[in-house]
Design a protein around this ligand. Sequence first.
Ligand SMILES: [Zn+2]
Length: 343
Amino acid sequence: MSGDILQRLIFDLTPSSLPSTSHTVLASQVPILFREPYILSGYRPIQQNWLCYLQSLFQKHNETLNVWTHLLFCPVLLLRWWANIGALGYTLDAACLPLILYLLSAFAYLLLSVAAHLFQSHSEHAHYFFFFMDYVGVAVHQYGCALGHYFYTSEPAWRESSIGPLYLPGIAFFGWLSCGGCCFAKSRYQRPYPIQRKICQLIPNSLSYFLCISPIVHRLFTVSWTQEPCLHFYTLQIALFLLSALFFSCHIPECYFPGRCDFVGQAHQIFHVLLGLSTVFQLEALSQDYARRRDTVVEVFGEKQLWWACVSLATLFMSSILIALISMWYMNKKLQGTEERDK
Ligand SMILES: [Zn+2]
């Protein structure tokens, strides 16, 4: 279905009392920092009141669906969580800590992404600040996923391999490096972005991701799928994530239809939906594994290691915030220098 048919289907149903496209401007009317490739219209003007950007949650502009495609996954995850509580019967003890941390990390990446897409148009300072915070959410979620995979998914043979003992420190390091690489690339390179920017973003993120799914891949190849239905959810999780990475890297379909996907159908919206679905399937798989292994988790890993997981997630969160703030301090100085030169 082409972008403009989808646009008509979605936006023609919005109440007429809400502001229309006339409240948005063309790409040529916003600074180059805010322009997205092949997105020609639907930009919110910069330097408006913060409340205007909050209200724009219910208005038609080229970020509306980027916000909603992550915001709506929060209630979906909560509903699945409650449904699983009813079906599996959680007990609040050390064994469920990794699952709770996983869920919190998913909310962190979803809500920080929502904030970035909702408020980034306020100013160049806001744009950098909110996207740096978005990268913090990604790093935290990588580690949240790793906790679930390590404590619930991994097989003893994988944990006893050379990867096992290095897994959690490795993900923490690559998660931190991903946040640092993305912040560095965002502050260092300007539009039109050179290939080096993608390299700084993709290499640490890819290393982190492939290490993160290593317990799943090991299990997919060593365990019978008929005995463990959750392996289908893990497969869907990986397939959807890899597909989402494709849409994140390429501007498909808008590169073929410049200006026709300004409101609906952008690659970034498709990326958000696929990533959100990947998270839903991951929660299903982890919940099933938790139900199967909850009685042995404390015995296998020890309560101390489970509590240590909480501390390490909080430490990664704080150190990623620190990177984001240092990057913001650098960007403030850079933007101040540009503003003084332009006077
Ligand atoms: Zn996004």
